[in-house]
Write a protein that binds this ligand. Sequence first.
Ligand code: GLN
Length: 379
Amino acid sequence: AAGTVLLGKTNMDEFAMGSSNETSFYGPVRNPWDPARVPGGSSGGSAAAVAACLAPAASGTDTGGSIRQPAALTNLTGLKPTYGRVSRYGMIAFASSLDQGGVLTRSAEDAALLLGAMAGFDPRDSTSVDAPVPDYVAELGQPLNGVRIGVIREFFDQGLEPGVGKLVQGAIEALRLHGAIVREVSLPALPLSVPTYYVVAPAECSSNLSRFDGVRFGHRCDSPRDLLDLYKRSRGEGFGDEVKRRIMTGTYVLSAGYYDAYYLKAQKVRQLIAADFKRAFAEVDVVIGPTAPTPAFELGAKTSDPITMYLNDIYTIGANLAGLPAISIPCGFVQEGGRDLPVGLQLVGPHFAESLLLSVSHQYQQLTDWHRRVPPGYE
Ligand code: GLN
C-alpha cells in the first residue's frame, strides 16, 4: 500500500526456530561476510539479502532475537518493535506472546521509514495496540545529549567473547563522549531468560503447531489408512528435527504433572524479568549491551548441540519476554580467519520507545561508518 516493490521471499529457519538458519527445509543461508559462516537466524535470508545489497530492506520476525541477532551477524540495523506495535496478522504463529514483526535495514533511517509504514492498529490482530504511530523519520533528530543509557551489567558475562565486548564498550564510550549519560544497571533475573524462553516458547509452539495435522494446513502424507495415521505421518514427515524437539518439550512442560513445575514457574520468572526492566527504566531511558555473544560462527559449529545454539540468544530474549522494543546496530568488526566479521550493539527501550531507539541509533550512525560497510565483493 505504501508503494514498495516486493522482490521475493527469503529463506529462514523452519517455523522461525533457530539462530543460524540451519534448520531450514531448503538448506542453510550463508553469510555474505564469510560464506563458511551462518548469517544468524531465524531471519537469516532477510539479513543476507540486505547485507549483500540485493534489497534495501527486509521484514523479519523476532520471537527471541531473530531480527536482532542476524542483523548483528551481517552488519545491519535490526529493529524488533514493542509487542503489539506491528500486526501479526498473516504471520504463521510460533510463540504468540513473543512473536513480533520488524525490519532489517542498512541504517536506522531506513528502519524508521519502513517501521512507519508497518506499525499501527490492526483489528485483525487482537493484541495489536491502538496507539498513534509517531513520525519516526522526523524524530530521528532527537539529540543524544542528556539521554540516560544504562549498561546492563549481566550482559558482560563470561560467555561474551572479549573482542565483541571491547567493541560494544567502545560504542558506549562514543555515545558518552557525545552527550549521553552512561551508568551501569543491574537486571538480576535476566540471566534466567534462556531457560524461561525455552519453556514458554516451546509450550506456545506445541499449541500453535497442533493445527498442522494434515487436514487444513501444511504437509499431508500419502494415502492415510485412517485419521490417526493421517495425523501421525503428516506431522512425522512434515516437521524437521528442531521443530519436533520443541513440540515435544512444549507438550512435556504443559502436561498435567509438570505444568506447575515448568510452565507456571517460567511465567513467574518472566514477570521477574519484566520487573527488572521496569525498575531499570525508572532510572535510565534505554539499556544497552551486546546483541550476541560472538560474531558469526561456522556452518555446522553448533548444530549437534541445541543448548549451545540456544545460548546464542542470551542477550536478545529478555526483550521478547518483556514485550519491549529493541534494536541492533553495527558497532565494528572483529577479525577471524582473515575475515572481517561484524558485531552488533543492542539497545532496549521501554514499551513504545521505538523513536528513542531509532534516534539514538541514528545519532550513533552519524558519528560512525560501520553501517556503511558492505561485504567484499558486494560493493
Ligand atoms: N533463536 C530463537 C529460537 O530458536 C529465536 C527465534 C526467533 O526469534 N524466531 O527460538
